[in-house]
Design a protein around this ligand. Structure first.
Ligand code: WTA
Length: 670
């Protein structure tokens, strides 16, 4: 945690360069001008009860909450950490996303313009149609015994049936756990074993760019791996996309059913379960600095209000006129909050895109923007950099006249990519919302608002309503004024995670033990003279590759699962497109020799254990690793060697064997 050089901020930032909100944006904005923001922000901090009640009143509640609106303890010294919002209230988030909007007359409004991987493959789903789909899935789940509080795992492509399945769980009080379709069978098996679902919902298989993804076959393999380890899955529901025979899955009698058999014939109405505000809504597995990925648990009421309020204010979303497109997959938190929940709670129309930005060519995003007249476009810096690298012509040959706002999420956006996004994609007229948040925070935390916040390229700017960030030094002192340190948050916000599923101690240890009384984010940050927050990246052993969070420990344990590998240490190096790439130092068993074959085997082991996106770019043979006398690997030293900066090693007096450094430098590139 003390490795402050772990950040991946790159490019040159100018703290005084500001982009003011354009008049046309301010005129229609919910929050106008910095003074408008400040007034609301101050009220959200001084009187959270009134501020959040007002937000929550925009939604429907079966039973209202009692006062105070939030009860909590964040200090481990004062007993168990607990957070509750809207205690005593009951609601249903699926009802709020669908029935409430339909009752308000939006039944025929398009909920999703679905655009498939291949051009010309498309579907439109209205709010009424989506509700019917959700109810049929919910009725299927009930028919196989899924009840309130039960887990359901999804491993699917990005089709409307995925958000629908999430909403179906929410409708009947079941807890969804979506696993991104890029995870391997082993990673899926781990998540299934941890969350103990009765049902897994999947897709036969689909194309991602030019590549077939055999989702059902991966589910089959995951269940085979977890056979004998006590998995609980009794039913697999499969949506047929590619013919199963083309992608290698097998239907197992008594366990597997197709959508056509099991869902299509279900009644298209299903009563909702009114859920307590603190009832679990979903688990989403994410990587930390140690151990296996943890199931981040979010609950119903606070998450719903946070998702709705941030989507509304941060994207200044006007549901009657905007067409919103977030490119995230529902397998990540961004796809939960800013595809499935936030936009639907507001009654918005959105694009759901199954494919990748570079298929069939690098103009795909802008052709989709023109096709559906997208007004708000939200993506990740890695996609922006990848498209930037392909050249401006792919962008400028499309009109993009409908765009009015842009967004960025997932990692620090370097000022160079920001400028290109602003000038070329947004034609210098669309403000960029650089949203800093995390799986754990559930919703945006530090972010501009379109009509209010002067922007600085590469800066996430100011806290969202109700969020009180602090910058701490290593001893946990709150720093004042312009400063640099570690980012923590002082009080709970509604969409905050409530626990690590099945392991509350780990929750307390991971987020509340470093600095007593604060939620620690794991990120470093700088605050400038305007009070703006500049996120510098993780200060723990978490990597961010193309916006995907990966723990160094996970990659290392995958590498040592190979019989030839005795020890591994993984660090991040800067990468022009991916932000960071994975660089692995590997020590081999006595008797094993470095070779190209072994290098490939090690990489494919990581692909198999975690997923292709976690594959190391470099394997660096390491006869020994730099360790302290107490045996701790000095990653700081490894990062410098990987970055070819061994002339800047800093203090290495604690190294047990200083000769290791030169040995590693000599082996670089071998
Ligand atoms: C990083 C994604 C800088 C950060 C929503 C955080 C960012 C981690 C930004 C969470 C941003 C996300 N600027 N860094 N705008 N957004 N991050 O859980 O390091 O997948 O801790 O949530 O991504 O990643 P996660």
């Amino acid at each position: 945690m003390s490795d402050m050089d772990a950040g991946n901020s790159s490019g040159h930032a100018d703290e005084d360069e500001k982009f003011l909100p354009p008049d046309s944006i301010v005129e229609m904005a919910y929050v106008q001008g910095l003074s408008g923001y400040k007034e609301l922000y101050e009220r959200s901090i001084s009187d959270p009860d009134s501020f959040w009640s007002e937000q929550a009143d925009a939604l429907a509640w079966h039973k209202k909450w009692s006062s105070p609106i939030c009860k909590y303890n964040l200090n481990v010294d004062n007993g168990p950490v607990h957070i509750s919002w809207f205690d005593g209230a009951e609601t249903n988030i699926a009802w709020n996303a669908l029935d409430r909007n339909i009752e308000a007359g939006l039944g025929d409004r398009t909920a999703f313009y679905w655009e498939g991987n291949d051009e010309g493959v498309e579907r439109t789903v209205t709010y009424s149609e989506l509700k019917s789909m959700v109810c049929r899935i919910a009725n299927y789940l009930k028919s196989v015994g899924v009840k309130r509080g039960d887990d359901v795992t999804m491993y699917m492509s990005l089709v409307p049936e995925l958000p629908a399945a999430m909403l179906a769980c929410a409708r009947i009080g079941a807890v969804h756990s979506v696993v991104f379709g890029g995870f391997s069978a082993e990673a899926l098996a781990d998540r299934i074993l941890d969350s103990t679902p009765n049902v897994v919902i999947t897709t036969s298989g689909t194309m991602r760019g030019p590549k077939p993804i055999p989702l059902k076959a991966i589910v089959d393999e995951a269940l085979q791996i977890s056979d004998g380890k006590g998995h609980t899955v009794q039913h697999v529901l499969m949506l047929e996309q590619l013919p199963l025979s083309d992608v290698g899955g097998v239907m197992k009698a008594g366990r597997d059913v197709t959508w056509r058999e099991a869902v299509d014939s279900q009644p298209d109405d299903c009563p909702v379960e009114w859920m307590p505000a603190e009832a679990p809504l979903f688990k989403l597995y994410t990587s930390g600095s140690t151990g296996k990925p943890k199931g981040v648990l979010h609950t119903t009421g606070g998450y719903m209000v946070g998702a709705m309020a941030t989507t509304k204010f941060v994207f200044d979303l006007h549901p009657a006129s905007d067409v919103y497109w977030c490119t995230a997959d529902c397998g990540w938190i961004t796809g939960h909050t800013y595809v499935t929940y936030g936009p639907l709670l507001l009654g918005a129309t959105q694009v759901l895109f199954e494919g990748v930005p570079t298929w069939p060519d690098a103009g795909r995003c802008w052709s989709i923007v023109d096709k559906y007249k997208v007004t708000i476009f939200y993506t990740a810096p890695t996609a922006i950099r990848a498209l930037h690298a392909k050249g401006d012509a792919w962008v400028t040959r499309h009109s993009r006249a409908s765009l009015r706002l842009l967004g960025s999420v997932g990692e620090p956006i370097n000022p160079e990519a920001w400028r290109w996004y602003h000038e070329v994609v947004g034609g210098s007229r669309c403000p960029i919302m650089d949203t800093w948040w995390q799986t754990e925070t559930g919703a945006h935390m530090i972010t501009p608002m379109p009509g209010a916040t002067p922007l600085k390229p590469g800066c996430a700017t100011l806290p969202f309503f109700g969020v009180e960030p602090v910058v701490l030094d290593e001893q946990g002192n709150e720093l004042q004024g312009p400063c640099q340190g570690m980012l923590a948050v002082k009080r709970p916000w509604p969409s905050m995670m409530r626990t690590v599923a099945g392991d509350h101690k780990r929750f307390e240890h991971t987020y509340f033990s470093a600095f007593q009384g604060y939620y620690f984010t794991g990120d470093g940050c700088r605050r400038d003279a305007d009070g703006y927050y500049w996120i510098t990246g993780r200060v723990d052993d978490v990597l961010n590759v193309s916006g995907h969070r990966i723990g160094t420990a996970e990659v290392e344990s995958a590498l040592v699962s190979h019989p030839a590998c005795v020890e591994a240490a993984v660090v991040a190096v800067e990468h022009a497109i991916k932000g960071q790439s994975i660089y692995a130092f590997v020590t081999l068993m006595t008797g094993s020799e470095p070779s190209e074959t072994l290098r490939k085997e090690l990489i494919s082991t990581v692909r198999k254990v975690i997923g292709p996106f976690a594959a190391p770019d470099v394997i660096h043979w390491a006869p020994g690793l730099p360790k302290t006398r107490s045996g701790k690997i000095m990653r700081r030293v490894l990062r410098k060697i990987a970055a070819k900066e061994e002339d800047q090693l800093g203090d290495v007096s604690t190294l047990a064997d200083p000769s290791v450094v030169q040995q590693l430098v000599d082996l670089r590139g071998k």
